[in-house]
Design a protein around this ligand. Sequence first.
Ligand code: SF4
Ligand code: SF4
Length: 66
Amino acid sequence: MAKKFDIEVFNKWCKGCGLCIAICPKKVLELSEQVKSTPVRPDDCIGCRQCENVCPDMAITIKERD
Ligand code: SF4
Ligand code: SF4
């Protein structure tokens, strides 16, 4: 079975720049009405961590699900 991942966005640190949304190859993230990055398709996440690495404010953490 394919691995699954949890995407945690620390809203206080997210400034809504959209870099993580632009880089995600699986279109997992979208901006919420509060202009925060939000995982809308978490089951599609492949754990590449590009969002985590690109975020200038270190607001995203990717964790493999148990
Ligand atoms: S890259 Fe970071 S600050 Fe920018 S929208 Fe994504 S989580 Fe928020
Ligand atoms: S780890 Fe990769 S696939 Fe998952 S949300 Fe981040 S950029 Fe998208």
